[in-house]
Ligand binder design. Structure first.
Ligand SMILES: Cc1cc2nc3c(=O)[nH]c(=O)nc-3n(C[C@H](O)[C@H](O)[C@H](O)COP(=O)(O)O)c2cc1C
Length: 288
């Protein structure tokens, strides 16, 4: 993907698709090519993806593949399955966001869905095993010219075109004070890419602390202290993977070499700012 920042800025949730404009053969072939094979996330979970063509699903099954009226006019959906292990939701977020951005680069619209779809019916379409999860899906297609009322309502409700300011998201090495953009140096755009990421309910739960060695520690800020969801699909873990994906893609384009690794000691230690949950650390590779 070239001009990754541009693609990140271009991506927005599309909930109304153009029913009269099918994905052309060449673009469809490229899309199929992109999702082929197993993909692996930074926490080493493998994910298999499938492009579901609703046009090939029988009538009875088709009626069950609903999105509660949220998505309209989409013929194709991206679905994935991952084994339910540590880091699987982060890895799913990471890998599906990469596909979402590649689809955006092809001129297609997408929309992350982790709540408003009939999970069990879609799970059947990817022949999910008892060990696997289907954390989220996305329609793919050309956006319709006009957005519907429900879509406008959703966008207004989540203030989806807005993001929190830098100082709320990025923290300096004392673990308390904000890291101003001018102090982020060559990582300014990398962090900006994280800030622009989509997140469930647009809650933007990512927080990054840069320590004195220049390592970036990613944390999840809980919606409400002590009330993390108990279910197997925690959308905010998916959000974490999406942020990691944006970080990596822009770092890679800027030739900043490094990668994510979980520091075991940080997992159990008390985070500096209270209700933060440690996720992973991005470390720059030593330069030769
Ligand atoms: C993990 C995840 C789950 C989401 N689940 C839903 C969903 O179930 N239904 C929906 O309409 N939008 C869903 N969204 C879309 C977000 O509301 C949207 O990304 C956010 O408001 C920012 O808007 P934007 O994508 O247009 O930039 C989800 C987004 C993410 C990242």
């Amino acid at each position: 993907m070239r001009n990754i920042m541009e693609i990140i800025k271009k991506r927005e949730s599309v909930r109304t698709y153009d029913e009269n404009r099918p994905i052309e053969g060449e673009i469809l072939a490229q899309l199929k090519e992109i999702i082929q094979g197993k993909q692996v996330g930074p926490m080493n979970n493998k994910i298999r993806f499938r492009l579901l063509d609703m046009g090939k699903v029988s009538g009875q099954e088709l009626r069950k593949l609903g999105t509660y009226g949220i998505i309209k006019g989409a013929r194709f959906f991206l679905l994935g399955a991952v084994e339910d292990k540590e880091g699987s939701l982060e890895d799913y977020g990471y890998c599906l966001e990469k596909l979402v951005l590649q689809a955006t680069a092809l001129g297609l619209g997408t929309c992350w869905l982790s709540g408003t779809f009939r999970r069990s019916s879609f799970a059947r379409q990817i022949e999910i095993t008892p060990e696997e999860l289907l954390p989220a899906i996305s329609p793919v297609g050309y956006p319709a010219g006009r957005k519907r009322f429900v879509e406008k309502l959703f966008k207004a409700g989540t203030r989806s075109d807005k993001r929190k300011p830098w100082e709320k998201l990025f923290i300096g090495s004392d673990g308390l004070l904000p890291l101003p953009p001018e102090e982020a140096g060559k990582f300014k755009e990398v962090l900006e890419a994280v800030r622009l990421a989509p997140s469930s309910g647009n809650l933007q739960p990512w927080r990054i602390i840069r320590d004195e060695d220049g390592d970036f520690h990613l944390y999840l800020k809980g919606k409400r202290e002590g009330k993390r969801p108990e279910g197997r699909i925690d959308s905010q873990k998916i959000d974490m993977g999406i942020a990691m994906c944006h970080f990596d893609l822009v770092a890679e384009e800027r030739e900043l070499k490094g990668g994510w690794a979980r520091i075991e000691a940080l997992k159990d230690s008390e985070p500096p700012l209270g209700d933060l949950e440690y996720i992973s650390t991005w470390k720059e590779k030593e330069k030769a």
